[in-house]
Ligand binder design. Structure first.
Ligand code: APR
Ligand code: PHB
Length: 392
């Protein structure tokens, strides 16, 4: 027998989980289907910067408790180039707005715990997920669990299943796809070592980009630009630390602390968008619809913004039968998606060694960095985008 719910959500990443919570708060029932095991989803190391608006939303949802006790508020970032650091005072430039350093998997843990504690449906380790019926008014999600085929009937389907999910491919033939692959990736490590910096350091260096981030007073998260096709097996911990030392080096004797590497991996970088983000009763949100390169730390924040709009649109529809917000969903999301795409591409282009760049382009990068770190107007452009624009 088919299970029945109002909103069938595919994927228990930040997009699917936040959507489910917002719907629950509005009295709308949903079921979340997740391909992976709970432990896998909770331990997957990803980015860790929350825009002010994302943190405010978690607070408003009553989920900010651990973020407040374990997360760290940052009021600035550093841009390092020509072996010198320059601080961008984010909060001074944006009327007091800030960012939170709190790992994505911690956000996911908080969301899963709250969902299960409320007795709401969240099914892990489902397989063979397929979506149908969304062109009419009886969408269905078929899947297997414990070797049995099952089905969910719903009013709408939310495709929150990330870049490799099944929802976007189900409608891709009707979509316009924008795809830009960068000729580099990031090699990221999580290390048990106190951060060597109080705020994030984004570095432009002849050997390539480097980023020093953190998770806690004992845990550092660092990245270096690398060949996206390189094998992580080629990178011993010693080789990684040597490269980090070379790229972060300053003229003033700043020291990079080393410690045991707990996790390491290489991620390719791309900019990707599909338009529109909806078809019939199927709505895409988060990485299912768009990917940004991680330089602006925007992936999670953009996913949360999508589902905030989707939850508001669904609430209006269920309360009054008015579907205007649902019809406008994609256009409303894509305004911010393109703004954030531009910002992420701009940060990426300014800070990375570009594959075929000649010295002219390298000098242009430095000119841009000089400008951003010396003009209040240019620094404000960076700052307001980094903490998250309010009205886009
Ligand atoms: N069926 C069910 N679940 C699926 C399927 C499927 N066929 N395919 C993928 N999933 C699950 C994944 O296992 C994952 O848990 O969907 C979830 C998608 O989550 P994310 O990839 O985290 O995407 P999203 O929720 O949009 O969050 C965007 O995550 O990738 C980062 O940088 C990105 O920070 C951004 C954020
Ligand atoms: C991270 O802490 O993982 C992080 C921080 C900033 C970024 C990307 C990732 O731009």
């Amino acid at each position: 027998m088919a299970l029945r719910t109002q909103v069938g959500i595919v994927g228990a990443g930040p997009a699917g989980l936040v959507l489910a919570h917002l719907l629950d708060q509005a009295g709308i029932e949903s079921v979340i289907l997740e391909a992976r095991a709970r432990e896998y989803v909770e331990e997957r190391v990803r980015a860790g910067v929350l825009e002010q608006g994302t943190a405010d939303l978690l607070d408003a949802m009553g989920l900010g408790e651990r973020m407040h006790s374990e997360g760290i508020v940052h009021h600035g970032i550093y841009l390092r180039f020509r072996r010198e650091s320059h601080r961008i005072p984010l909060s001074d430039l944006t009327g007091g707005r800030a960012i939170w350093i709190y790992g994505q998997q911690e956000v996911v843990k908080d969301l899963i715990e709250a969902r299960l504690a409320a007795g709401q449906q969240l099914l892990f380790e489902v397989s063979d997920v397929s979506v149908s019926g969304f062109d009419g008014d009886s969408p269905r999600i078929r899947f297997s669990r414990n070797g049995e085929s099952e089905e969910i009937e719903c009013d709408v389907i939310a495709g929150c299943d990330g870049f490799h999910g099944v929802c976007r491919p189900a409608i891709e033939s009707a979509l316009t796809v924008y795809n830009h692959e960068y000729p580099f990736g990031w090699l990221g490590i999580l290390a048990r070592v106190p951060p060597s910096t109080d705020e994030l350091v984004y570095t432009n260096h002849e050997r390539g980009f480097a980023l020093h981030s953190l998770r806690s007073p004992e845990l550092s998260r660092l990245y270096i630009q690398c060949d996206p096709h390189d094998d992580i097996a080629n990178w011993s911990d010693d080789r990684i630390w040597d490269e980090m030392h070379a790229r972060f080096a300053t003229n003033d004797g700043w020291e990079l602390n080393e410690g045991p590497v707990l996790e390491k991996g290489i991620t390719p970088m791309r900019s990707f968008i599909v338009q529109p983000m909806q078809r019939g009763r199927l709505y895409l949100a988060g990485d299912a619809a768009h990917i940004v390169p991680p330089t602006g730390a925007k992936g999670l924040n953009l996913a949360v913004h999508d589902v905030k709009l989707l939850a508001a649109a669904l609430t209006r529809w269920y309360e009054s039968g008015d579907s205007s917000l649902l019809e406008a969903y994609s256009d409303a999301c894509l305004r911010r998606v393109w703004r954030v795409q531009h910002f992420s591409w701009w940060m990426t282009s300014m800070l990375h060694r570009l594959g075929d760049a000649d010295d002219f382009e390298n000098q242009l990068q430095l000119a841009q960095l000089d400008y951003v770190t010396s003009s209040r107007a240019a620094a404000t452009t960076l700052a307001e985008n980094y903490v998250g624009l309010e009205d886009v």
